[in-house]
Design a protein around this ligand. Sequence first.
Ligand SMILES: [Zn+2]
Length: 201
Amino acid sequence: MIVKIFREPPIDNNNYLIIDEKTKEAALVDCSSVDTEIAKTIKDIGAELKYILLTHGHFDHVAGIRPTNAKIVMHNADLNELKKANQYLPMFGIPDITIPNVDIYVNDGDIIKLGETEIKVIHTPGHTPGGVCYYADGKLFSGDTIFRESVGRCDLEGGDFDQIVESIENKIFTLPDDTEIYPGHGKTTDVKWEREHNQFL
Ligand SMILES: [Zn+2]
């Protein structure tokens, strides 16, 4: 599995393009801006974008979604967040979006197949009720659940600090030590480092 990282304005969201090496099927984890570099990379590799995997419904993770053939994947408990995207986009100077239809609602334990790559859905509520992480090939795409030495904010609507702690301790810290964590903002980290250095936990 190949991972390409795109850092997107205006609030430095990380979008991750993951590509199954054999079949060149691709998925984009979160879609924060209409980034022609992402489209160019897909084209250069000869990949086919099959899925947009949303870690959650917050505006800054969905602002780049435009109609494509890719299936939109999300947990249904974040529909409320997704529907409210246009309330926040103008504050950051981002054009309104047409709220996308979710094609596939996922839940904890679901598997999404990207060619020969299996992507496991891990439901990690706390930042939002329907927040999920995607786990594939020893890598965890964690959205705003966990960051390097930090956690997602829980003071927004639907946030719950006890729940985010429970999610991280029971579902992320139980993954192998060397699991690489690719968060929604900031630098890449790993499970061992966070178990030892994340002061929020
Ligand atoms: Zn968020």
